[in-house]
Design a protein around this ligand. Sequence first.
Ligand code: C2E
Ligand code: MG
Ligand code: MG
Ligand code: MG
Length: 294
Amino acid sequence: EAKSFGSAHACVFQSEMQTRLMEKKSFEADLRQALRKGELQVFYQPQVNTTTREIRGYEALMRWFHPVRGEVPPSEFIPVAENIGLIHELGGWVLRTACTEAVRWPRRLKVAVNLSPVQFRSRNLIQSVVAILSQSGLEPGRLELEITESVLLDKNEQTLDTLKELKAVGIQIAMDDFGTGYSSLGSLRSFPFDKIKIDRSFIRDITTRADAIAIVELVTGVARSLGMTTIAEGIETEEQFACVKQVGCDQVQGYLIGRPVPAAQLIHLRQIGHRFGSMEDEDLIDAQAVSGRM
Ligand code: C2E
Ligand code: MG
Ligand code: MG
Ligand code: MG
């Protein structure tokens, strides 16, 4: 009897595996078609100067709206795109879209685009970035590429060379999610970053945990002494904003300041109102002045 129970169990297990495998395959198939079917979009989230509240630019974030699956978060589809080699195509599309969009913005505004480690290691990275810049007409200095600590993990010469080549083109480099990986403060010295994005996990704890605020202050200090800009990601409350401002963070990004939105919904305010989230008359006037000047 035990034997038949066992085989029935194995059978259920096997069909569960089969279902999961089929679901994986169908997810991949859907993702491969997403771009062609127009299901992908690029949203933009503002990055703001902490002291002047001026908008410095926007981070481009990929969105996938599937007719049946609904909105699929990047945390679910980016790793799959990396695994099946689709990230080159999707990443190239995001970069092209973001650069083409940014050309229409006031010139003081930059656009930040995430670069997957898989893209970063690709042989023709520089070539394709340069081509996209020239096709879109965006000045290289207005493009910022965000890379994660994981690209620093393979400590070969190539990593540094690639960063230097991108810098030579005039592109800005930001280290994304700093503090989540294994790289140390010392590693900041070895690579030519323009900006350090302090990970949201530190910001989340900043008003309740002394160690979190100490870390943000330390990173900010080290970055400044190396001539790098700091930005705190995931700012959701006024308290968090006050905190990072107090320890000297140059810029902020987060739901408090603005959620990611489609390009058509961007209003290029010169400054964000005194209270975030509330659009004040001054801002609206300024926004009109800015768009009138474009
Ligand atoms: P990331 O580059 O660190 O992007 C910031 C993430 O934090 C975004 O999530 C953004 O929507 C979210 N966020 C911003 N402000 C807040 C806040 O105040 N609170 C909270 N809870 N979250 C906030 P998203 O759009 O889901 O993207 C997640 C990650 O997926 C990104 O993290 C990035 O690593 C990756 N990703 C997104 N778009 C692209 C892309 O075009 N290419 C590549 N390679 N990766 C992308
Ligand atoms: Mg990013
Ligand atoms: Mg980040
Ligand atoms: Mg992050």
